[in-house]
Design a binder for this molecule. Structure first.
Ligand SMILES: [Zn+2]
Length: 423
């Protein structure tokens, strides 16, 4: 199977591996980690079990294991994840760990019956090695400083928004770690807890036992919190409690599903939080998405076509003379890309914007006000990263950020230097 997945297992790193699983499972997890996969899917197909990786957000088909081998792998997986090996007629969830010299992966395992067989999904979660540094996530130093001054004031509501899988939770933890967590009482309510945050009391939603997001939040409020993390706000009661907690002088960091900073205001309002409470509690909104970073070893410079030059011009930015086109080499596993970086809209809510929100300003009006104040949109941040040779135009078009954005034209170029990003 190692060969079928195209990865040899004899590398220096494997010698440091401290986890031992049965043969097929060991190779499966090992290949996923070497491939920097975040997810592994085992799908039952007529010929056997298809192995699929998700790498940097993109699906990569790997091997198809023969039926008998596939069954053996699923049994090894269930046993390692603490699940019954007997075929189940309901979905099963389990967990296992993988350690090597400097990283521990927590692997969440879900099995589900599919016709007379089973499919599985593995989610590989690892804590970032070099803390939760915001510049490491792709924030510019200007944005990081802007964020730090808000977060360190330790009061108000800060929202991190974006689509599913856009790195919102990582950013929320990055924000929390800007405070001195040893000298604040920090609680989180999450569904589920995705990473371990030092010095925080992390509570996981467990609706089966009556611990809903709303109930968890109410409990936290009775426990004298300075800092509350919420992942993520999905219901009216939680939204209102979060906003009121922020108004009572706590710092509340929360994720919410929306497409941009102004959209996060709408999302809270649709959940039932009155505009005047949003306007007076909200201090900062960060909207984000993830783009793949072009491989520095094999990327080739190329000139921009007319359409690409036009995209820069319409967003009021100077187009670079050339940009990078992805290549293919062993360093990036022939993908042309390696690692991901965030693109961000960092929108502080000052008195003026807060008053606009309280007055029930529409989405378009808020977006225009933020742009006038020099707040860069996610697309503009992405284009700055294209110009800096961190990512490609293809990535901008792939996540469709440009098509979804509603940019007023003719803004001034407020591009800033961009830091190195997630490896
Ligand atoms: Zn490469």
């Amino acid at each position: 199977m190692a060969q079928a997945c195209g990865i040899s297992s004899a590398t220096d790193r494997s010698k440091n591996n401290q986890t031992s699983y049965p043969d097929l499972l060991h190779t499966l997890v090992w290949n996923a980690i070497m491939d920097n996969a975040t997810d592994v899917h085992l799908h039952c197909v007529d010929e056997g079990v298809r192995v699929i990786h998700r790498v940097d957000g993109v699906i990569v088909p790997k091997a198809v294991l023969p039926l008998m081998e596939g069954r053996r792998l699923l049994n090894q997986l269930k046993s390692a994840a603490g699940l019954t090996v007997v075929r189940s007629f309901a979905p099963l969830e389990g967990q296992m760990d993988w350690h090597d010299e400097d990283t521990t992966w927590e692997i969440r395992v879900t099995l589900t019956p599919v016709r007379e067989r089973e499919s599985a999904h593995l989610r590989l979660l690892s804590a970032p090695r070099d803390s939760w540094d915001l510049c490491g996530l792709g924030f510019s130093t200007t944005d990081r400083d802007r964020i730090a001054s808000t977060v360190r004031s330790l009061s108000g509501l800060v929202l991190v928004t974006g689509p599913t899988g856009s790195g919102k939770t990582t950013t929320m933890y990055g924000l929390a770690s800007l405070t001195d967590l040893r000298t604040t009482t920090t609680y989180s309510i999450e569904d589920p807890v995705e990473f371990k945050l030092p010095f925080a009391q992390q509570i996981e939603v467990d609706e089966q036992h009556g611990l809903t997001m709303h109930e968890g939040l109410r409990t936290i409020l009775r426990m004298d919190p300075d800092l509350i993390l919420i992942g993520e706000i999905r219901d009216k009661d939680s939204a209102i409690v979060a906003a009121r907690a922020a108004l009572s002088g706590r710092l509340v960091l929360a994720t919410i599903h929306a497409r941009d900073a102004a959209g996060a205001v709408d999302a809270l309002h649709y959940l039932g939080v009155p505009h005047h409470i949003i306007g007076s509690s909200l201090r900062l909104v960060i909207a984000q998405n993830l783009l793949r970073q072009v491989c520095g070893q094999c990327a080739q410079p190329r000139e921009l076509d007319e359409n690409e030059t036009d995209v820069f011009a319409r967003l009021g930015m100077n187009a670079p003379k050339e940009l990078l086109h992805p290549g293919s080499c062993a360093e990036c596993g022939w993908y042309g890309y390696k690692g991901r970086t965030g693109i961000f809209e960092v929108a502080p809510i000052d008195d003026e914007v807060g008053a606009l929100i309280s007055a029930g300003a529409r989405h378009r009006e808020l977006v225009e006000r933020l742009r006038v104040k020099g707040i860069r949109s996610m697309t503009q941040d992405g284009l700055a990263k294209v110009a800096a040779g961190i990512t490609t135009m293809e990535e901008i078009f792939r996540i469709n950020a440009y098509a979804r954005s509603e940019e007023p034209t003719g803004q001034k170029d407020n591009a800033e230097p961009v830091e190195a990003s997630v490896g």
